[in-house]
Write a protein of this length. Structure first.
Length: 82
């Protein structure tokens, strides 16, 4: 059987810091990704080159979603104690 050990205060602080960094960073990336994608949409409507802006916007947006997901993982680990 595996023995469940209690998390130390330092480990809990580490998870809390990671949660803050990943969550805030993820929200910033999501906002930037939406803005870049919106710029691509405006460029497409104006007939200007838009593909690279659209691709970059979606990459940044999806990166932000991944960062927020990692933040959730660290928040749960802080709360649960693993």
């Amino acid at each position: 059987m595996t023995e469940q050990t209690e998390m130390t205060t330092a480990e809990a602080r580490s998870h809390r810091l990671r949660w803050l960094v990943f969550s805030i960073g993820g929200l910033i990336l999501i906002g930037a990704g939406v803005s870049i994608t919106g710029e691509a949409i405006i460029r497409k409507g104006a007939g200007a080159p838009w593909f690279l802006f659209g691709t970059l916007g979606l990459v940044v947006l999806n990166s932000g979603v991944s960062f927020v997901g990692q933040g959730v993982i660290h928040r749960v680990r802080e709360r649960v104690g693993r």
